[in-house]
Design a protein around this ligand. Sequence first.
Ligand code: HEC
Length: 103
Amino acid sequence: MKKTGALLLGLGLLAATPAIAQDAAAGRQVAEKVCSECHFVDSVDFKTSKAPGLLAVARMSSVTELSLKVFLQTPHAAMPAVALTQRELDDVVTFILGLKGNI
Ligand code: HEC
């Protein structure tokens, strides 16, 4: 029994890793489609006068999965609300958090 459990856990971990990479790739597409109007996707530079590149966003120590999800689901004065499906939201947040690894 124990062995089966460990095997299943191992398979679960194997399956989870490519899923994260896939979500991040889908998230990049969302960012390029929806966010790139105002944010550079892969750069720290400001694209529009007020919007920092998403790499700069990822670098902020205050940025977490929760802070991004809350930010993207609440109306803001400076940034217009972006209409994302739950899936797009999850993917774009996975993508931005993944950029932290590029720092
Ligand atoms: C029409 C322009 C526009 C679009 C489209 C847009 N943003 Fe923004 N975004 C802004 C501006 C302007 C700010 C700066 C807001 C501020 O300083 O209060 C901002 C700020 C942010 C911040 C907060 C940065 C901080 O200072 O804490 C995050 C995170 C963010 N945007 C993510 C996104 C994501 C992800 C998308 C795409 C799903 C997106 N934005 C689409 C204009 C935009």
